[in-house]
Design a protein around this ligand. Structure first.
Ligand SMILES: Cc1cc2nc3c(=O)[nH]c(=O)nc-3n(C[C@H](O)[C@H](O)[C@H](O)COP(=O)(O)OP(=O)(O)OC[C@H]3O[C@@H](n4cnc5c(N)ncnc54)[C@H](O)[C@@H]3O)c2cc1C
Length: 498
């Protein structure tokens, strides 16, 4: 055990990244305080109750549930999951319905291949190639030991050996987007299947990796949902001696010369710190908590170029279903066009949460619907007055309900709206840029967003959170917290093995 004088690390934000940073900083022997603006920690890994139902609003898949992976160890360290965690019994990624035909991406790749070929024999060659590459993509791992820039030649060789077939996936699907991938298929149902889940501009390989994560058993859904997982991490943090201040918003980081001396809270209180880790949205950090001039160049370029680095959010609805509506899981379908701002949507999805009995009273189910939202949609929502905003939500809820009942007539008289929320909700709740709940989308021909979680010009300020590396999501959030602490350790010339 190294002899450490206790330094104080202050973390801003108690999302998954901030909580992870807090736990790893405690492990490294520091005193840690986290300041979180919301009363409930967890950030975007959240859920809430309505009328006796629980609306789970994050985990569709948790990368790192395979105990053989290094990422699993990180999740275990922060108390999110362990050997006894129970997972949802879900056997498919999702289905797409077109003109009465339904295509499904099962976790069982052989079954998927067989069914898709039966559905569209003329696409056999493309289907076989797709499935083969999803199989290869199962190898894809998220570096969880240490940040990429701290890796040596030996680490890179080892990582390459763990993923020998990934270059084939990148070669075949790294230079096209999901829209292009869809066009490779002749069947309308398969075209939709390939482009329903991720927006068309996403690189196709991201889609293959997502499906492979589910298919490999490394992307399970922990029972009891997202908020329960966040609260398990909070429990671990507190048990280790960490102090969490909920409902306390940070106004700015106090910078003196080239050092952050602490943080100032909204009420003017100043908290001193030896090291500061920001785990809030980077758009909020650079511009609100510290001056924008500190923003790394690539990040600046990404914010300025909305076409090359789009973000996504959702216009979402949760319903109480007065039956055990378990047959659907996640399904996409055509609908009568729905106008939202400047865009018209003629496709939507519903997801049944019947897999988790703790979310609804017995014999009932929570169903959620999502209309994927873009930067442009965010600006539309932002332009509305309070009254217009409320009215649009109400009208859309009725319209969406009608469309669901049209597609699933068995729900007539059994469906009741629980809640509805927009990209603005995420911005209000988490200060998230354009309401995005993932990082920047990597589009074809543009550099993947990845920056060292350090701030040039401020020697003791570190950045964690999903924005440090695309595509963001929970795994990037959790490892970025660990990496921020490893950077402090490296600066102090201590071992980064933690
Ligand atoms: C509907 C939905 C589905 C998703 N599905 C998945 C999925 O299936 N798999 C997956 O991997 N990921 C998924 N995600 C993404 C995942 O939730 C996020 O990537 C992750 O939670 C981001 O964590 P973070 O800590 O980086 O940021 P955040 O969760 O945004 O945390 C930042 C925290 O900082 C706080 N904060 C902000 N400003 C201040 C301030 N001034 N003072 C104090 N605190 C502040 C915020 O309140 C927040 O708690 C989903 C997200 C949503 C919303």
């Amino acid at each position: 055990m190294e002899n450490v004088t206790k330094k104080k690390v202050v973390v801003i934000g108690a999302g998954i990244a901030g909580l992870s940073a807090g736990i790893y900083a405690l492990k490294a022997g520091y005193d840690v305080e986290i300041y979180e603006k919301n009363k409930i920690p967890g950030g975007e890994c959240m859920g809430w109750n309505r009328k006796g139902y629980h609306i789970d609003n994050c985990i569709h898949w948790l990368t790192g549930t395979d105990p053989k992976t290094k990422l699993w160890e990180v999740w275990k360290t922060v108390g999110a999951i362990d050997e006894n965690t129970q997972y949802a019994d879900v056997d498919k990624f999702y289905s797409s319905r077109v003109e009465g035909k339904e295509a499904t991406l099962w976790n069982d790749l052989e079954r998927t291949q067989k069914e898709l070929i039966e559905l569209s024999p003329e696409d056999e060659e493309e289907i076989t190639k797709f499935i083969r590459h999803v199989e290869y993509a199962k190898e894809c791992v998220i570096p969880s030991d240490k940040p990429l820039d701290m890796m040596g030649m030996r680490d890179y060789i080892k990582m390459g050996m763990e993923m020998p077939d990934m270059p084939k996936v990148m070669k075949e699907y790294g230079k096209i987007n999901c829209g292009d991938l869809a066009k490779r298929f002749k069947s309308p149902a398969l075209r939709k299947l390939m482009s329903d889940y991720l927006p068309a501009e996403y690189t196709a390989y991201s889609f293959l990796v997502s499906y492979a994560t589910m298919a490999s058993g490394n992307g399970n859904i922990p029972l009891e949902g997202s908020l329960a997982m966040s609260l398990r991490i909070v429990k671990r943090f507190k048990e280790m001696g960490g102090i969490l201040h909920n409902g306390v918003s940070v106004k700015r980081i106090v910078v003196d010369g080239k050092k952050a001396t602490g943080i100032e809270l909204e009420d003017g209180t100043v908290i001193s710190a030896d090291e500061v880790i920001s785990a809030v949205d980077t758009d909020f950090l650079f511009g609100r908590l510290i001056e924008k001039k500190y923003m790394p160049k690539l990040l600046m370029k990404a914010y300025e170029n909305r076409k090359a680095y789009p973000v996504t959010s959702g216009f979402q609805f949760a319903f109480a279903i007065d039956s055990d509506f378990s047959a659907t899981d996640t399904i996409f379908f055509d609908c009568e066009p729905l106008q939202i701002g400047t865009r018209s949507f003629s496709r939507m999805s519903v997801k049944s949460y019947a897999y988790d009995k703790s979310f609804a009273p017995e014999g009932k189910t929570v169903l959620q619907a999502n209309i994927v939202q873009s930067d442009e949609d965010y600006l539309y929502w932002e332009s509305l007055s309070e009254d217009e905003y409320r009215k649009k939500k109400e009208e859309s809820s009725e319209e969406v309900t009608k469309r669901i009942v049209r597609e699933f007539p068995e729900l007539e008289g059994k469906i009741e709206l629980l809640d509805c929320w927009t990209p603005l909700t995420y911005n209000r709740y988490c200060n998230s840029y354009h309401g995005s709940y993932m990082g920047f989308v990597t589009t074809v021909g543009n550099k993947q967003m990845r920056f060292k979680g350090v701030v040039k010009g401020i020697s003791n300020l570190y950045v964690a959170g999903q924005w440090v590396m695309s595509p963001g999501g929970l795994p990037i959030a959790v490892v970025s917290g660990k990496f921020a602490v490893q950077r402090i350790l490296k600066k102090e010339k201590r071992s980064i093995e933690i």
